[in-house]
Design a protein around this ligand. Sequence first.
Ligand SMILES: [Zn+2]
Length: 273
Amino acid sequence: MGESRQTRSNTIVFCESHFMEIDQLSSQEVIRYKRQIVIPAFGEKGQKQLKRANVFIAGLGGLGAVSAYYLAAAGVGRLKIVDKDHVELENLNRQILYSTRDVGRPKTESAFEKLHALNPLCRIDAQKAEIRKDNALELIGDCHIIVDATDNLETRKCLNSVSVARQIPFIYGGIDGFTGMVTTFVPGDTPCLECLFPETSAATKKVGAMGPVPGMIGAIQSLEAIKICLGMKDLLKNTLLCINGMDMGVKKLNLRKDPECHLCGIQDQCGKY
Ligand SMILES: [Zn+2]
């Protein structure tokens, strides 16, 4: 039997497979994930790798709702989802985890219910919190992949600092109207966010969003996370993939590391900190 409980810090945890053998697939799992297990590049081995995965999703807006949905559906072992906001009516054109009746509820609470209903075999840790410089490391904990589904540079920089400090991948996604962009930062192998945005602050403005655009970008982020879990090397590294939904133009922009970067530049000389 599983258990659902409210813990300290507004964290909700539920897991039916918590006590199951992590390196085995149950008959239920084999059936549930059949259509991906039959993919030769994935197989039962890939499913077991996903089961061991521990993914952090920062933000449960348009990007986070989609990436959380696909990662839970795919059978990621544990998802830690964090957001500080409540569902608003204006969110519903793109944030597919929520319904009209969820308006006013904490996003973490609604998302937890939907994701658990979708796949009770996936452990969901939902925490209602604002991600800040002083708590990002603790919130991310022992997760080994960060999916950035936030909407402001300040929070992204907090996530990036943890990514560089802990040497874990950071999957960036952004949207603006009909346009979306995505890249995967891998410490030691790519630039970090700080290399690209060294400025200390930027004004946060609410941008417009056509629902399918965060749908596409969030789906790509979840696919990148799955590929990382499988140990696949062909990621969106050193490349910003830009999709213009207006004319369906797709561009890949090369990203370069800043040797002077105060985060990953120093690290190359001094090692982990
Ligand atoms: Zn850097």
